[in-house]
Design a protein around this ligand. Structure first.
Ligand code: TRP
Ligand code: ZN
Length: 476
């Protein structure tokens, strides 16, 4: 007789835990901690489980005298399980002074490499929206990873720059640092009068008080944390509209802005590329386009959402090339609007961005796409380009030529298999179907086969097996 009630009690407990418990159920309440990672094989500490962020509201004051910030980040999220506690990612020397959830003081603990473990005063019910507010200050960390380069908070000669791909965001704000948890953002940035503060999205006012200027920026479309940007410094800003009707805000660090006509050139070529790419990839996905030229000293450009950053350190008077603009603006569809589910899928960003360079070169009377393919294919079989798998390059190789150039070659092989009509349909439909979402390599290969009408299914499977999932130089 005593067996039956116990079984029922156990069943009830399992149901109460929602069958998704990331940790053993708390028998008293059925509320359990959210997972401390989002399950990316390359970056197991990044992201967290148990909730879904809708909006970040980051208010940050930057003081160049100390290269420090004081900041409050408010996060609006919804629980996706009954939560007893949850984690955010937060990293480096910033000191937290206060954490509250739904306006009540919460207890917190920083553990591991980048975990901020927050225990609200009462559990959060599955589906319930909740706000978390974290107040903190200090000099944010710059990450210098041997394989991934410089990211996080970068001090420039006249201010600071936040660049987050792939692991930097947690150096500046508490975040669910997974590309799968996109959210809208508000940035309210305060810096000494005379400095300009830029971020993703559209300007929403600026005001000066007691020698400090505050600028507000709003990104109203979902954005992955790896694509958020804050740039503070001396900039000349041009606020225009492309001929196609997209607002276009470009900015150049004044120390780099030394050639006559440089602002107009950067503004105009950004407009031309944005409009041309819209004509082949579909409607521009965000409220504004643009770009930021800064003395970042990081040796790369980055496709920060709606407003890429171009490092022009050591090259005053020089704007980014057409190829680089085509690459970073191409990412707005491929990487930013459609974001990979896992970091292993990053060829879906870089392959398309590199192919954008090839297409734009051909469009402007330069080298044909076929010639770009042939030139790249001619690389010796012993080259690094052919070592590794495009669709699983490994954590330390996500920015390798393999991902970029062989990724673009893979797209060209698909084009040659399915034909130009279907390929250009694909270029437009893929970012339309997955607009503001996430997709994996498997989603992509399935999509290609659907566009091909399953006509070349066997040939396509062989192509994917060779070009995406195998090492070595493929035979043509
Ligand atoms: N994803 C960037 C682009 O292709 C480049 C980039 C970001 C990069 N981080 C990097 C390149 C680190 C080398 C090392 O636009
Ligand atoms: Zn790129």
């Amino acid at each position: 007789m005593s067996k039956l009630p116990r079984t029922l009690a156990a069943l009830a407990l399992t149901l109460a835990a929602g069958l998704v418990a990331a940790a053993p159920a708390d028998a008293a309440t059925g509320f359990t901690p959210g997972a401390p990672g989002a399950g990316d094989p390359y970056f197991p500490d990044m992201g967290n489980g148990g909730y879904d962020v809708a909006h970040y509201d980051i208010a940050l004051k930057y003081d160049p005298a100390t290269k420090s910030i004081t900041a409050t980040t408010k996060i609006l999220a919804s629980a996706t399980q009954n939560l007893s506690r949850f984690n955010l990612d937060f990293l480096g020397p910033l000191q937290i002074s206060d954490v509250s959830v739904n306006g009540r003081q919460a207890t917190y603990q920083r553990t591991g490499a980048q975990e901020l473990e927050i225990t609200p005063s009462r559990g959060l019910r599955n589906g319930q929206p909740f706000t978390t507010q974290v107040t903190y200050s200090g000099a944010p960390q710059t990450i210098d990873d041997p394989a991934l380069g410089i990211s996080g908070w970068v001090n420039t000669s006249d201010g600071g720059l936040m660049l987050n791909q792939p692991i930097g965001a947690a150096t500046v704000y508490p975040v669910n640092d997974s590309p799968q948890d996109k959210a809208t953002y508000t940035f309210t940035i305060t810096a000494p009068e005379g400095l300009t503060s830029l971020a993703n999205g559209d300007p929403a006012g600026s005001w000066t008080k007691d020698g400090w200027t505050t600028a507000r920026w709003v990104m109203g479309q979902p954005m992955a944390s790896e694509l958020t940007v804050i740039a503070i410094g001396k900039f000349t800003v041009t606020d225009g509209v492309t001929p196609g009707g997209v607002r276009n805000i470009t900015a150049i660090d004044t120390t780099l802005d030394t050639a006559p006509g440089q602002d107009a050139d950067f503004q105009n070529r950004t407009a031309t590329v944005t409009d041309w790419e819209s004509s082949i990839y579909g409607r521009y996905p965000f409220g504004s386009t643009g770009g930021i030229v800064d003395d970042a000293h990081v040796a790369y450009a980055l496709e920060t959402q709606g407003r890429p950053v171009y490092d022009r350190y050591g090259r005053p008077g020089q704007n980014p090339s057409d190829g680089l603009l085509a690459h970073e603006l191409g990412h707005q569809w491929f990487g930013d609007s459609v974001t990979p589910k896992r970091w292993a899928d990053i060829w879906l960003n870089e392959g398309f961005a590199t192919y954008s360079e090839w297409l734009y070169a051909e469009h402007t009377g330069g080298q044909s796409v076929q010639a770009s393919f042939d030139e790249t294919y001619a690389t010796d079989a012993s080259d690094d380009l052919w070592q590794g798998k495009v669709a699983d390059p490994g954590r330390d190789h996500i920015f390798d030529g393999l991902v970029y150039d062989r990724g673009a070659m893979t797209l060209h092989m698909i084009r040659k298999t399915i034909g130009d009509d279907r390929f250009f349909t694909l270029l437009k439909l893929w970012p339309t179907v997955h607009r503001h979402g996430n997709a994996s390599t498997e989603d992509f290969t399935t999509f290609v086969k659907r566009i091909a009408g399953h006509a070349n299914a066997g040939q396509l499977d062989a192509l994917f097996a060779t070009w995406l999932y195998s090492e070595g130089k493929p035979a043509l």
